[in-house]
Design a protein around this ligand. Sequence first.
Ligand code: EPZ
Length: 419
Amino acid sequence: MQKLIIKGKRELSGKISISGSKNATLPILAASILANYVQINNIPLVKDIFTMVELLNFIGLKTKINRKNHYIKISNNEKNINTLAPYKLVKTMRAGVLVLGSLLTKYGKAKVSLPGGCAIGTRPVNLHLFALKKLGAKIKIKDGYIIAQAKNGLKGAKIKFPSISVGATENALLAAFKAKGKTILKNCAIEPEIKDLIKFLKKLGANIYLEGRTISISESKTKSFKIIHDVIFDRIELGTYMIASAILAKKSLIIDKIDPKIIKSELNILKKIGVQIKQKKNSIIINRARKFKKINIITKPYPGFPTDLQAQLMVLLTQANGESRIKEDIFENRFMHVPELKRMGAQIEIKDKTAIIKGPTKLTGAEVMATDLRASVSLVLAGLIADNRTIINRIYHLDRGYEYLENKLKNCKAKIKRV
Ligand code: EPZ
């Protein structure tokens, strides 16, 4: 098992370039089942992407990844298509469930493993199935698999999600792509990653309109020529490095290959805490701040504060003056990083779904354990701030979603190495 060893309190300087978004690439890879021939650029070379590509190969698509230039070519010659997403591939990468919508709408059937839970929660898919049934799918759960049929194809419908779900919105969009007539989806998630999926589906020939939280999509004809798409930048990776820079920049740090307009709400919250941010067209400059103000946050669907930045923000708030509160309102169990941070000296109490963080506290290095993707990176942030040495175990969690993490930090003078 690999580990990361970090020597803390190094001042950072230089530039960090942000990779393509994992959470935009995953649904777009699932959508490539609907196409004949696509090239997806700016993909992050992270474990979850390779797992999804393995799933596309299993289904029968031809894929070719160019690691050097971060793109993938995918062709679907419609021969020997296997409408099955097996447990071994879906269990480690829940987004595998997104092939359900594409397979069902294009081939009229799909057998997809239930993704099962993960460290942050039970991660049900009832909202996905709710939408597919509304589109006319016959759904059965058997031996841990979702068995979906739509013999005469799917039929457009009016669907109002009882609660906001990124994955369910994406699966419904993919399923509606070839559904007869028009589909109206209400109370949708509208994360930038979903807008990127919509942009991709439009290139595939979809007629999609997004207004507020309502997405309407009418029957589309897949265009047969080659589709090229550049995936948007990863706003969660950006938020992570903004927090690192705010605390540790020697003077300032440049973060580029981004569009600051997309993360207005996160930028506003960090500015309120005292992070000094200068915005440019495709980059931001973060100046080191001397002190940070406490704040109370509740994680919300976009454009609210993202749950995927909750653990990272918590580390910043250990350095803020006074008592801050973060309420985790999206997932039922997303505070696994708290006991590990407390072992490094953080003063955090959990009451109901709220973390109460007292600051500023001195953090000291320790041997800690990663539990999920975003919790792991909060331990990296804490290790960068803490005195002496931090050892992070189980860093395979990190490799699922952060591209070149230690290299990007080493290039900014951090003392971090993988063993
Ligand atoms: C996506 O997960 C992201 N993953 C998550 O990022 C992110 O944390 C989450 O959205 C929220 O923004 C990808 O995009 C691949 P949801 P998803 O459906 O789609 C409940 C990361 O670190 N729910 O919006 O699974 C669910 O349990 C990952 O990159 C149901 O009850 O999230 C949760 O409490 C972690 N029934 C809430 O809704 C359903 O059918 C929001 O989940 C679906 C979800």
